[in-house]
Design a protein around this ligand. Structure first.
Ligand code: ATP
Ligand code: MG
Length: 585
């Protein structure tokens, strides 16, 4: 027999001795111990009673029984395809109310989106708890006699000592096709003033990443439509490519361009905004809508004014939404904008939960925070439908310092990074990709052969140009060949400039590369290169559309096509004498 337990019986009337004995018998049998029963008057419980023993709570009040009836009714309603009358009869006849032990705890303290709760010994990590007024929280910290819980609602509505119940469910988010084109918060509730979203399923926000067997290698390109990226740092479907740079260097713009470029390519996009201004997110949604990109995009939004718990779960929730489509065999692109703010939200939570701070006051598990998130990106095997989840996490650096804590962590988790530099951005080189520091570690396999053939030694030539630029910075009299080499390099850099929302197709990028690397732009004044490039691409598309068809079909750049592109480019340059005709060609 176990040690004795205390039980409290709440009801409006004092129980008779016989009733008391009946309850005692039940409890002693159930808990296999001696029970000391105490009575407390509760005016509200006219027709029923409640018993609390240890962590457990038996509720036999009228409201609870009616709630049970309602639940049963709703369940059968779903089964019987909404045939209400026979169903009502059926559920009333078969209604057998049961009384079950419910674990309850009490709030010890609450504030800043965090509550500590006593009791609930059996609560699990990540489980959802229900507070008064239906506010939900998630178990984040299991200690000896209390648990730390993050709250997803307004903590001002919760008072000390109020009751907390377990749900036995892990935190999750509703998912479904209906989410496409919608803006939702981190819990999946719509925030765009459109009707309710019909969910098809409920996914936990934290899921195990696909295992090695369940994956296949990354072998299809995820085109960004940006020449500077697709040519030198190609991204594959299922890859994780970090976009890193100081504030206001066009990080969001690169991600946004990539989303816009997925139009008509059967890719679902998820944009997760973490800790941004609500006005920026509204502007972004407006941009997507204007360009028809909202038809295949979901925006998950936890703004700067949302509580730290919501900002913390937003990327996980967004990933679960994305996984729903990946499991259906679709290709999905997810943007986390940005993970620096996510890490800060997590730091806030951890400090409030009294975890010990480490480097830069981040908790010890901040690496795991992002590795378990990014590891969920994958290219699934054909047996599992062959879907993919490509991640573009964004990280903000301070004064270009990529060796700070969070940037180094995420650089080591991802398969490469696009490094955007303030100096380049302000000198007008946009997208401000730093060619020397950017890399894509798997993308080469994902690049189409035609692009590889066209791009040739572009990176090398740019590297030579940068070196030469440094050497010649102070010397005024340069020989002709050096001067030409410099002009060539400058021209190449100009070709990599691209305004926002004007993606180039793979074929168009190939035209530019073939013409550029054959030095056709050397004699064109720098400030005219943007315009010439644009017109050249349109010209070739107009007079020889079959080239792009062939490239898209065969994925290779045949020698004939290369010659034709060159020929057409020269022809175009001659036609437009104001641009200046190349001397050597
Ligand atoms: P933040 O740190 O505030 O998030 P960010 O790095 O995401 O900034 P963006 O908001 O993408 O930067 O871009 C900053 C500004 O630069 C925007 O006004 C955007 O329109 C402009 N911009 C970005 N890319 C280009 C481009 N390729 N051509 C012209 N303008 C651009
Ligand atoms: Mg941004």
């Amino acid at each position: 027999m176990n040690s004795p337990k205390k039980a409290i019986l709440y009801s409006a009337q004092k129980p008779t001795e016989a009733q008391k004995q009946e309850i005692l018998d039940f409890l002693e049998k159930k808990y296999d111990c001696e029970v000391l029963l105490k009575y407390e008057c509760d005016e509200k419980l006219v027709n029923g009673f409640r018993i609390s023993i240890g962590d457990d709570f038996y509720d036999w009040s009228v409201e609870t029984r009616l709630q049970q009836l309602q639940n049963q009714w709703m369940k059968s309603l779903k089964k019987s395809n909404n045939q209400i009358i026979p169903l009502l009869q059926d559920s009333l006849e078969n209604w057998t109310p049961t009384v079950m032990a419910n674990q309850v705890g009490h709030v010890l303290s609450v504030g800043d989106g965090i509550a500590t709760v006593s009791g609930l010994q059996k609560a699990e990590y990540g489980e959802i708890l229900i507070f008064t007024n239906g506010i939900r929280g998630m178990v984040q910290d299991l200690r000896k006699n209390e648990i730390g819980c993050i709250l997803f609602g307004d903590d001002r509505e919760i008072s000390e000592g109020s009751i907390v119940k377990r749900t036995g469910k892990m935190a999750g988010i509703p998912v479904g096709e209906g989410f496409i084109g919608r803006v939702v918060d981190a819990l999946g509730n719509p925030i765009d003033d459109l009707p309710e979203i019909e969910a098809e399923d409920y996914y936990p926000i934290e899921r195990q990443a696909p295992s090695i067997i369940e994956r296949q290698s990354v072998n299809k390109p995820m085109e960004t439509g940006l020449l500077a990226i697709d040519s030198m740092f190609p991204i594959g479907r299922g890859q994780r490519e970090l976009i890193i740079g100081d504030r206001q260097t066009g990080k969001t713009a690169v991600a946004l361009d990539t989303i816009v470029n997925q139009k008509g390519k059967d890719v679902i996009c998820v944009y997760v905004a973490i800790g941004q201004k609500a006005s920026s997110v509204a502007q972004l949604c407006q941009n997507l809508r204007q360009r028809g990109a909202m038809d295949y995009t979901i925006v998950v939004c936890a703004t700067a004014s949302d509580s730290a718990p919501l900002q913390y779960i937003a990327p996980y929730a967004g990933t679960s939404l994305a996984e729903f489509f990946m499991h259906k065999g679709k290709d999905v692109l997810i943007v986390y904008d940005d993970l620096s703010k996510h890490a800060i939200a997590y730091r806030t939570l951890s400090l409030l939960l009294e975890r010990s701070p480490g480097r830069e006051a981040y908790p010890g598990d901040v690496f795991y925070l992002h590795s378990r998130l990014l590891e969920r990106s994958a290219h699934l095997s054909d047996e599992l439908g062959g879907g993919s989840l490509t991640a573009l996490p964004i990280v903000e650096t301070q004064a270009g310092d990529v060796s700070a804590y969070i940037p180094t962590n995420i650089i080591s988790i991802t398969d490469g990074q696009i490094f955007l530099e303030s100096n380049l951005f302000f000198s007008g080189q946009r997208p401000a990709v730093n060619v020397g520091l950017s890399v894509s570690r798997v993308g080469g396999d994902a690049q189409i052969k035609a692009m590889k053939q066209a791009v040739g030694s572009l990176r090398l030539e740019l590297a030579q140009y940068r070196e030469m630029e440094v050497f010649t910075q102070f010397s005024s009299d340069l020989d002709d060949s050096t001067r030409e080499q410099l002009r060539y390099g400058q021209g190449l850099m100009r070709l990599l400039r691209q305004p926002q929302f004007s993606p180039l197709t793979q074929a168009q990028q190939i035209y530019v590369l073939v013409a550029g690397l054959n030095r056709l732009f050397v004699n064109i004044p720098l400030n005219k290169i943007d315009k010439v490039k644009q017109e050249l691409v349109e010209y070739i598309d107009n007079v020889a559309s079959e080239i792009s068809v062939e490239i898209n079909h065969t994925k290779v750049l045949s020698d004939e096509n290369r010659e034709r592109i060159l020929l057409l480019s020269k022809e175009f340059m001659k036609k437009v004498p104001e641009y200046g005709i190349n001397k050597g060609n």
